[in-house]
Write a protein that binds this ligand. Sequence first.
Ligand code: 5GP
Length: 204
Amino acid sequence: MTDKGLLIVLSGPSGVGKGTVRKEIFSQPNTAFEYSVSATTRTPREGEVHGVDYFFKTRDEFEEMIRKEALLEHAEFVGNYYGTPVDYVRETLDRGKDVFLEIEVKGARQVREKFPEGLFIFLMPPSLTELKNRIVTRGTETEDLINNRMLSAREEIEMIDLYDYVVVNDQVELAVERVKAIVTAEHCRRERVAYKYKRLLEAE
Ligand code: 5GP
């Protein structure tokens, strides 16, 4: 029996660089995860290829996918639908391969409900750390500006509770290394592997 693959979810606030980190991960030849291509109703950008970057759908087609429960999760982001085709995810995990999703936070929350055993990584903007320093040292910014920043910082921090790991995207190469290290460690987690060794003992 093949062991199931790991469902890896990379998410985080908008503008944090999820897409850049994901593309760098998949440009490396030793990456063994399978990328789950999302469906979207947004129009293709120059150079984007149907079936590689996204499955480009009309709103009607997308809503049909929702109705047929063909999506593991979906969310509306800046006026367009985005969603993860569920069959690909299940089939790939069943083949023992790790599946990698790069999705926004509302979608990640839905995946957490359906796949609590997944590996959830929150990509964090480095500005949040800088922001904290700035507030602590009481800079010259107006109170309004500080309050606004604190509000968005709080919203971002509250989302973290859903995740297993937090990776700061200070430099893309470092963020990629951290994500890959987390996946490697996750494969060695006792809860995931202990049963195999116990099975070995039982066979004796
Ligand atoms: P973009 O239009 O720039 O390619 O993506 C916009 C946002 O949608 C990004 O934050 C990206 O992570 C997110 N996204 C891409 N695919 C999916 C998906 O299948 N589901 C969800 N919930 N978000 C997605």
